[in-house]
Design a protein around this ligand. Structure first.
Ligand SMILES: [Zn+2]
Length: 144
């Protein structure tokens, strides 16, 4: 029953020229998808764009899950902030003294004699770990 879009039909389109959601005529289709439309207001043929939801708040985020904090903001966070966040995620445990002979796990908090407290970010290799410290990320050897 629902109107399938097809060439010549009207569709609500976001017209970037008019900067409004306006009805447009479908000019071409790409399979089942609307490809190009002509805005009925300005008569411009453009790629079809889904109508913009007027009140879509950009701050609407998917409710953050548990420990898997997405690191997409990495570039704007200073290392110290990333480090602090990682430490909080780990639950601020007592750091385990770093030793080349100890096997460390992901997320474990260690204390390095030179670099201080770090959080294991990655296991790069059975004997290599990537650790984030307050000032930088470093690769350390472990499990030897
Ligand atoms: Zn238009």
């Amino acid at each position: 029953m629902s109107d399938k879009p097809s060439v010549g039909k009207e569709i609500l389109n976001y017209c970037s020229k008019c900067d409004l959601n306006l009805s447009a005529l479908i000019v071409s289709m790409l399979g089942a998808e609307v490809s190009k439309v002509m805005c009925k207001t300005c008569k411009t043929t453009r790629r079809y764009k889904d109508p913009k939801g007027g009140a879509t708040s950009p701050s609407k985020r998917k409710a953050a899950g548990k420990s898997s904090t997405p690191r997409t903001k990495r570039t704007v966070l200073s290392f110290q902030e990333v480090w602090r966040e990682a430490l909080e995620t780990a639950g601020n445990p007592e750091p385990k003294p770093y030793s080349i002979r100890t096997a460390f796990d992901l997320g474990q908090v260690i204390e390095h004699p030179t670099f201080g407290v770090g959080i294991i970010q990655k296991r790069l290799h059975p004997d290599k770990i990537q650790v984030i410290f307050q000032d930088d990320e470093r690769t350390l050897i472990h499990n030897r």
